[in-house]
Design a protein around this ligand. Structure first.
Ligand SMILES: NC(=O)c1ccc[n+]([C@@H]2O[C@H](COP(=O)([O-])OP(=O)(O)OC[C@H]3O[C@@H](n4cnc5c(N)ncnc54)[C@H](O)[C@@H]3O)[C@@H](O)[C@H]2O)c1
Ligand SMILES: N[C@H](CO)Cc1c[nH]c[nH+]1
Ligand SMILES: [Zn+2]
Length: 439
């Protein structure tokens, strides 16, 4: 069911991946634009309309109540609550290291002060997926770095379940990690609501979080009008494996990401024909037992592949071009190999670091760039929830010393207004203003 690609097939596959990266989004932009326009104009009414159309729920109140949150704490499985708390600790421990303090300094011998001030984004909107699965882990992955950054108001949105409720684990995770308001809305209509604001849902300054193709395309569309973290669309895994890798583990890890979405992509790149064939057979074997078989089969058939190369360095080259969201290194030399990886959202090394360790528990963020955007984007972090402001102070003496350089630079750009802003001060010092006219 998963194709094996050999020889020149790898290049063709790479071309197809590149084409798909833009085509998938182009295919949904019309639908997404319609929803975004409607939400911008008709606000809550449009949110309700599309929630009915896409999630089959007729909602009076879009906001989750305090009572619903209290109930969630009563119904949640106590063991799951403990697990959520442990994961929260690990995620906090990892992200606290990302906190920045900014800096100020005086260049030696000069009466100048320069600095970078760090301020949190005041209002952040976090998207928690809830279509084909509900993601309490994503609540932690987005709210914790926002909280560490010092975001004042965290607004969370997530699609309602068919009965109009939100899963207790999602509400509990949100409450534990300091989310301020929760709204029952997902998809492009949710992104539109956060970007433009509605009667019930506040407009935010930045939207973070992963989602399906509609969510990711909507974030792309509103980007610039509000900030977004990255394109975090349907999940991807690429595994580089050598002849020593365990085929059953590889197949299980490919399935783990394929089960997210028919549009998810699971790819094995190996220098071993034997491993390729074993994994193909293992996939068939493991699939027969899985609940989400239908989604997995579509994902593996459409986006999945097993690519056989001549060497591990060719595997790395291909992986760097694909720039996967998750990269597993199942090779004897993973502690050497990771140094040649240039583009990947997260790297998992060795056979006891399967991708789900990162999805739920290890601490690094699972909100990661997809569709090859790991070539220029990074894992979600505290940095996504701060802004940097520059600070500049020059004393009179300091400006005197640099005035001619600044004037010269401005005149070269033909911007005499800029030059004059310095010259007016220089002339004042030399008492040389004739009739108030500037040169
Ligand atoms: N990259 C990452 O960091 C990361 C992390 C977690 C999950 N994910 C991905 O998030 C996604 C979650 O997807 P999901 O579907 O389960 O939940 P979701 O919340 O992302 O999407 C559900 C919403 O999509 C909208 N929708 C569905 N069909 C539509 C249609 N035909 N037209 C318009 N809108 C439509 C609906 O509004 C629905 O509420 C998966 O693709 C998963 O792989 C990615
Ligand atoms: N693998 C997803 C990121 O692509 C994150 C996740 C959450 N829960 C399970 N998986
Ligand atoms: Zn996952």
């Amino acid at each position: 069911m998963v194709r094996i690609i050999k020889d020149n097939g790898a290049e063709e596959f790479l071309d197809a991946v590149k084409k798909r990266n833009s085509e998938d989004y182009n295919n949904v932009y019309d639908a997404v634009d319609r929803v975004l326009d409607a939400v911008r104009i008709n606000k809550d009414a449009a949110v309700r309309k599309y929630t009915y159309e896409f999630d089959n729920v007729n909602l009076e109140n879009l906001q989750v109540t305090e009572n619903e949150i209290e109930q969630a704490f009563k119904t949640i499985d106590p063991e799951l609550l403990e697990t959520i708390k442990k994961a929260k600790e690990n995620i906090e421990a990892f992200h606290i290291k990302q906190k920045r303090n900014g800096y100020k300094f005086k260049p030696e011998g000069k009466d100048i002060l320069l600095g970078q001030l760090i301020n949190p984004i005041e209002k952040a909107g976090i998207y928690v997926p809830g279509g084909k699965a509900a993601y309490p882990s994503t609540v932690l992955m987005n709210a914790i770095p926002a909280k560490i950054a010092g975001v004042n108001e965290i607004i969370m949105i997530t699609p309602p379940q068919p009965d109009g409720s939100i899963k207790d684990s999602i509400l509990v995770a949100a409450s534990l990690s300091g989310v301020d308001k929760i709204f029952k809305v997902g998809g492009a209509q949710g992104i539109g609501a956060l970007a433009y604001g509605t009667e019930s849902i506040p407009k935010v300054y930045k939207i973070t979080g992963p989602g399906n193709i509609y969510v990711a395309a909507a974030k792309r569309r509103v980007s610039g009008f509000v900030g977004i973290d990255m394109i975090a669309g349907p999940s991807e895994i690429l595994i580089i494996a050598d002849e020593f890798a365990n085929s059953a583990y590889i197949a299980a890890d490919m399935i783990s990401q394929a089960e997210h979405d028919e549009m998810a992509a699971s790819i094995l790149v190996t220098n071993s024909c034997t491993v390729a064939k074993k994994v193909q057979a293992e996939l068939e074997k493991q699939l027969s037992k899985l609940e989400r078989r239908e989604i997995i089969v579509k994902s593996l058939e459409n986006q999945g592949a097993i690519i056989v190369t001549d060497s591990l360095s060719q595997c790395v080259e291909l992986s760097n071009e694909i720039a996967p969201e998750h990269l597993e290194l199942l090779t004897a030399n993973s502690f050497e190999l990771y140094k040649s990886i240039k583009n990947a959202g997260a790297i998992f090394m060795g056979e006891y670091s399967p991708e789900p360790v990162g999805d739920y528990f290890a601490g690094p963020n699972h909100t990661l760039p997809t569709s090859s955007t790991a070539k220029f984007s990074s894992a979600l972090s505290v940095d996504d929830f701060i802004k940097k402001t520059s600070l500049i102070y020059y004393s009179k003496e300091a400006l005197k010393e640099s005035a001619d350089d600044i004037i010269r630079f401005a005149e070269n750009e033909g911007l005499n207004g800029h030059a004059n802003a310095v010259r007016i001060r220089k002339q004042e010092w030399t008492q040389n203003i004739s009739n108030g006219e500037l040169q």
